[in-house]
Design a protein around this ligand. Structure first.
Ligand SMILES: Cc1ncc(C[n+]2csc(CCOP(=O)(O)OP(=O)(O)O)c2C)c(N)n1
Ligand SMILES: [Mg+2]
Length: 395
C-alpha cells in the first residue's frame, strides 16, 4: 500500500517559481503553497477533534496524544525541507504524518487498529510510519527517535559522500543496483518534546552529530510541559536551551512563541537555517516554542497550568492567524473560500473516520507474528515456530 501523495505545497514553490527576491523568505511563497499550508493545519486540527470523539466512544484504544495548538510547528518545519528528506518524531505524531502527506484514511485506520492503517493497525496512535513520504515514525519511548534521527542523517550523508548515488528512489522504494539516481545533500528533521531533553540517548546522539557533522536537525517542540512537569522544573538552563547543543558544537536556533505560532515567521526564521545545515552538511538544534491546547493525553486533569494561560495562547492561534493574513493582507482568500475549505476538510476527515470504521480488524492468526521481526538470516524460522513449536529452546 502506498500513502504518498503529490502535493506541491509540501515542497514549497515561490510565486514566480524562481529564487527569492525579497528579504523575507515567506514573502515569495506561492499562493498555492500558503493555501496548502492553511488546509494542512486545519486538516490536522479537524482530524484531532475527530480522534478525541472516537476515543471517547472507545473506538480508539491505547494512548492518544493530540496535537491541537501545535499545527504550525509540523506544517511549517516540514515546509522547510524537501519531500525526500527523512523525518522522524515522537509519539505526538498524527500532525507530522498528515503534514508529510499521509492519507488521512490510513492515519485514522491506524488509530482504530485496523488492517488498512499505515502500520496495519499494529502501531496505533504513537507509531505512524509512511515510507513513501519518508516518515520513519512515531516512537513511544521518550527520546528513542533521537539516535535514529542521527542514523537516518548519517545514511543520507554516506549516500551522498561515499556511495555517490542514491540507494533509495525519491518515492522511498529501493533502487536496483544498475540505477544511477544521483545522491543529494539531505537533512533529517528529528522532532522531540522538551521532556526528551533529559534523555541520555539524545546527548549521545548529539555528541556524535556534532563530532561527525551529521546533518540531523533536532527540533525541540517546546510546549512548556512534559506531562505535568513545567520545563524549568525538569531541565537545566531552561531559559537558554541552546547551551545544551553548544556543548556538542552544534550552532542552535531559538524560535520564540510569537514566531513559533505564526507559520510565516517560523518559516522566515527556519528556512535559511535548514538550508545552511543542508549546504554545510552539519547538524542543527532548534528550540521551537509551541503550545498544546489539550491535556498531555486523553486523561489529564491539567492541574499544572491555569485556564487563563491556555486561553492567552489560543488568542495567538496559528490557523486563525494564517487565514486572516491570507484574507486581509495577501487578499488571496475570501471568507467564503475559507468556509468552503473548512467544509471540504471536514468532509475529508469524516470520510477517513468512515473508512476506519468500515475497515477490518487484523486477524490474530495471520497477523500476530507477521512483520514483527525481519528474518534477515536465511533459514531462520519465523518467530511463531519458536513460540508454538519444538524450536523454542525455553519449552
Ligand atoms: C523513556 C520514557 N520515560 C517516560 C515515558 C513516559 N512519558 C510519556 S510522554 C512523557 C512526557 C514527555 O514530554 P515531552 O517530551 O515534553 O513531549 P510532549 O508530550 O510535550 O509532546 C513521559 C514522561 C516514556 N514514554 N518514555
Ligand atoms: Mg512538552
Amino acid at each position: 500500500m502506498t500513502h504518498a501523495k503529490t502535493a506541491d505545497h509540501r515542497s514549497p514553490t515561490t510565486a514566480n517559481g524562481q529564487a527569492r527576491a525579497s528579504g523575507r523568505p515567506s514573502a515569495d511563497l506561492s499562493t498555492e503553497t500558503l493555501h496548502g499550508w492553511l488546509r494542512d493545519m486545519y486538516l490536522i486540527r479537524e482530524f484531532e477533534v475527530r480522534c478525541a470523539q472516537a476515543y471517547q466512544q472507545a473506538k480508539i484504544g491505547g494512548f492518544c496524544h493530540l496535537y491541537i495548538g501545535q499545527e504550525a510547528c509540523a506544517v511549517g518545519t516540514i515546509g522547510c525541507v524537501q519531500r525526500d528528506d527523512p523525518v522522524i518524531t515522537a509519539y505526538r505524531d498524527h500532525g507530522h504524518a498528515l503534514a508529510r502527506g499521509m492519507d488521512p484514511g490510513a492515519c485514522m485506520a491506524e488509530m482504530f487498529g485496523k488492517t488498512t492503517g499505515c502500520a496495519k493497525g499494529k502501531g496505533g496512535s504513537m507509531h505512524m510510519f509512511d515510507r513513501p513520504n519518508w516518515l520513519f515514525g512515531g516512537h513511544g519511548i521518550v527520546g528513542a527517535q533521537t539516535p535514529l534521527g542521527a542514523g537516518l542523517a548519517f545514511a543520507s550523508r554516506y549516500e551522498w559522500e561515499v556511495i555517490g548515488k542514491a540507494v533509495t528512489r525519491p518515492d522511498g522504494s529501493p533502487a536496483s543496483p544498475d540505477e544511477n539516481i544521483p545522491a543529494k545533500k539531505k537533512v533529517c528533521l528529528c522532532y522531540l518534546g522538551d521532556g526528551a531533553l533529559n534523555q541520555g540517548a539524545l546527548h549521545e546522539a548529539m555528541n556524535l552529530a556534532g563530532l561527525w557533522s551529521i546533518p540531523v536537525i533536532y527540533i525541540v517542540e517546546n510546549n512548556r510541559y512534559s506531562m505535568g512537569t513545567a520545563i524549568e522544573r525538569g531541565t537545566t538552563m531552561a531559559h537558554n536551551l541552546l547551551t545544551k547543543s553548544a556543548a556538542y558544537g552544534i550552532e542552535g536556533l531559538k524560535i520564540n512563541e510569537d514566531d513559533g505560532l505564526d507559520i510565516l515567521r517560523l518559516y522566515d526564521r527556519l528556512k535559511p537555517y535548514v538550508d545552511e545545515c543542508r549546504d554545510k552538511q552539519r547538524p542543527g538544534f532548534v528550540d521551537l516554542a509551541t503550545y498544546r491546547y489539550q491535556g498531555h493525553s486523553m486523561s489529564d486533569p491539567q492541574k499544572y497550568r491555569t485556564k487563563d494561560e491556555v486561553e492567552a495562547v489560543k488568542k495567538k492561534d496559528s490557523i486563525d492567524r494564517l487565514a486572516l493574513h491570507l484574507m486581509n493582507e495577501r487578499k488571496t482568500l475570501t471568507e467564503d473560500a475559507w468556509i468552503a475549505m473548512q467544509k471540504d476538510v471536514k468532509a475529508q476527515v469524516a470520510a477517513a473516520v468512515q473508512f476506519a470504521e468500515d475497515s477490518p480488524i487484523p486477524d490474530p492468526e495471520a497477523e500476530l507474528y507477521s512483520d514483527v521481526y525481519l528474518n534477515i538470516q536465511k533459514n531462520l524460522s519465523p518467530m511463531r515456530d519458536y513460540v508454538h513449536g519444538e524450536k523454542n529452546p525455553l519449552l
